[in-house]
Ligand binder design. Structure first.
Ligand SMILES: [Fe+2]
Length: 653
């Protein structure tokens, strides 16, 4: 009997067959993924691994009778770009009217190619970074796309094999790479770590850089998407990784959080990149200091575990505080070392502590020191939506897209995505719920009962304009549980079950309680009854400030149309949605109308791909107030267009 993991229970199962499909092969099982924190045993994944070619066969094994999420087409993620578009391509068709004030550039980053020669990447996050550009001017739109010429891209292309270990794919063994060279390479990480920066793109001053969690960024020419250079941030400041989502402030200052290895252990440090400036050096000469030259650690907190720092994809910033959410998904240093010798993918280094709380650290922007730490129920997250201090400074409000656990990372293996229609659990794992935590900043009396809710405010939106608009809050007797158990609900009833459940849960409010040991436990409230991911806000004016709206993509595969864009009103807990059959929009980016007055005065831009027409790409423009389409440009391109991840819009001044 072969031991396998039951994805439903998460336990090692040696006696009964898996509920989900099995991938038995002559090569056996490929061991990786999360270590079971309870028993410390290594979990073995079911994902297929062909040692010879990394082939990705269609419909391996699986429950062929089941057919879930029939409206969901994951193939849009798995396309490989076969031809770049260097010269601007004019749109085939433009419908509607593009606002006259909307002139600028939408840059987007994401997975571009899952193949290297005859080899295939196995995880979506390993796909070679591909940039897309939509140029908008005078009512016309152009499109370009180009691969980021990372070191790993160039070396893969030259060798025609997978040279570096990626997030979920092992490097193809090099017959010339002896054990002695592996030992030597551990002292020179640049030789072995992938720099595939395919997650996001952000401006540093007037320069644009692509991001992943490795501290290596690639500078991109926004005109033609050419890769202009490579910056290793760890050469400027003591960090070994950083988040893929820095915060760009209105004055051009950029903040990010990186992991530093210090004599006292790992530490999450906030790095400030001040705008470039000219100084007079000791010899009296003018010298320009770049943003990287001025990279400075301005605050931070130590990791709670000496050998297992937390994985972090985003962080928060308010007027007076940084917020670091330390989730119990950790990077195991021991595994990292083992991985290096065993040539295993990065995902092996993750360790999920399912019985540990998620911690929310609040750090003073003035002193850089930790002010307080809140305790939350165990959850996994990638994206923080926004955060702000209430007007009376008594509370910090923190909105996050939360998951019950990080298993969705496993389910983004290409084989798992191809087989999702046979897996009743697939949708549940991806259903990120937008949750609001309210953090009370006052110190409660030691005599405070754990039953007492420390949140006494009726409404966190305290701006006078909003107060006039809305009635008082509902009662605060109950709270929302992240880990509700839906296992007893039959599959066919689950989508409706959650929507009914959410409708009542939406009425519930956040709470906070002083635990007997003095820590404060915060319990969230639900902001929207549809799963939301890749959230965006009116960043220019509302980053870190009291805000009302966010925009997101649906992550509910059991929706009638899984490719749905959502606008959420966090005040009223209502939503507007946009969708079109067979169309998959990207992360919706809000662009403020320069003459607008209200938070949502502007448009939302999103790139489109089609399930039926894989070589077509489009730019969608929605009125952000009504969330209805006002214009669209479509392009016929020379080859398949994969769906992208994150982007940045720059409005021409
Ligand atoms: Fe992200």
């Amino acid at each position: 009997m072969i031991s396998r993991i039951c994805f439903r229970s998460g336990e090692l199962c040696v006696t009964r067959p898996l509920v989900v499909r099995t991938y038995t092969t002559n090569d056996g099982f490929y061991p990786h993924n999360f270590e079971h924190a309870k028993c410390g045993k290594l979990l073995k994944s079911e994902f297929y691994h062909d040692k010879n070619k990394n082939e990705i066969p269609n419909n391996m094994g699986g429950d062929h009778e089941a057919n879930y999420y029939t409206n969901c087409d994951s193939s849009v993620w798995m396309r490989s770009c076969e031809k770049e578009v260097i010269e601007p391509l004019q749109s085939t068709e433009i419908t509607g009217n593009i606002p006259k004030w909307l002139k600028g550039t939408l840059l987007r980053n994401g997975p571009g190619n899952l193949k290297v020669g005859e080899y295939h990447f196995q995880h979506l996050f390993d796909s070679s970074a591909l940039l897309h550009k939509f140029g908008i001017a005078d009512g016309k739109v152009t499109y370009q796309r180009r691969f980021v010429e990372t070191e790993v891209y160039k070396r893969n292309m030259a060798a025609q094999r997978i040279v570096f270990n990626e997030f979920g794919t092992s490097a193809t063994p090099d017959p010339c790479h002896t054990i002695f060279r592996r030992v030597a390479a551990i002292f020179n990480p640049n030789q072995t770590l992938s720099d595939n920066s395919m997650i996001s793109i952000y401006p540093f001053g007037d320069e644009y850089y692509t991001f992943t969690e490795a501290p290596v960024m690639h500078r991109i020419d926004p005109k033609n998407l050419e890769t202009m250079g490579r910056i290793n941030v760890s050469k400027y400041v003591n960090i070994v990784n950083h988040t893929s989502h820095p915060h760009v402030m209105t004055d051009g200052t950029v903040y990010n959080v990186g992991l530093s290895i210090t004599p006292m252990g790992p530490r999450y440090n906030i790095v400030c990149f001040y705008p470039s400036r000219v100084i007079i050096d000791d010899s009296g000469e003018e010298k320009e200091l770049s943003m990287f030259d001025q990279a400075t650690i301005v605050g931070g907190v130590p990791s709670r575990w000496l050998l297992n720092p937390s994985y972090m994809h985003t962080f928060g910033i308010t007027e007076n505080f940084f917020i670091i959410v330390e989730q119990p998904l950790a990077i195991s240093f021991a595994r990292m070392t083992m991985n290096h010798f065993k040539q295993e993918p990065m995902i092996n280094t993750f360790k999920w502590y399912e019985d540990e709380n998620t911690l929310i650290h609040v750090i003073s922007r003035e002193t850089g020191q930790m002010v307080t730490t809140f305790v939350a129920e165990t959850f996994f997250y990638l994206h923080i939506i926004n955060q702000f201090e209430t007007r009376d400074r008594e509370y910090i409000v923190l909105d996050i897209c939360c998951y019950r656990n990080p298993k969705m990372l496993e389910y983004m293996y290409i084989n798992a995505m191809k087989n999702m229609h046979g897996d009743a659990d697939y949708s549940r794992l991806f259903r990120a719920r937008p949750l609001r935590f309210v953090l009370p900043m006052g110190k409660p009396s030691p005599n405070t009962s754990p039953k007492c809710n420390l949140i006494t405010i009726k409404m966190v939106h305290q701006s006078l304009k909003v107060f006039r608009d809305v009635d008082g809050g509902s009662d605060c007797k109950t709270d929302y549980k992240i880990n509700d158990n839906e296992d007893d609900v039959k599959y066919n009833d689950k989508a409706e079950y959650w929507r009914k459940e959410h409708r009542s849960v939406l009425q519930k409010k956040s709470s906070a309680h002083r635990l007997p040991d003095g820590r404060i436990l915060v319990k969230p409230e639900l902001l929207c009854d549809v799963g939301c991911e890749t959230p965006r806000i009116n960043t220019d004016s509302y980053l870190g400030r009291e805000y009302r709206y966010f925009y997101a993509i649906s992550c509910d595969m059991d929706l009638d149309n899984p490719g749905t864009l959502i606008k959420v009103d966090t005040l009223r807990k209502t939503k507007k949605m946009w969708s079109e059959k067979g169309v998959y929009p990207s992360e919706p980016i809000f662009v403020p109308d320069p003459n607008g007055k209200n938070e949502d005065d502007g448009v939302v831009v999103s790139s489109l791909v089609w399930t039926e027409r894989e070589t077509q790409v489009g730019l969608l423009i929605l009125d952000a107030v009504t969330f209805t389409e006002i214009a669209r440009a479509t392009f016929d391109t020379p080859g398949p267009v994969p769906k992208c991840l994150h982007g940045w819009f720059s409005l021409d001044k």
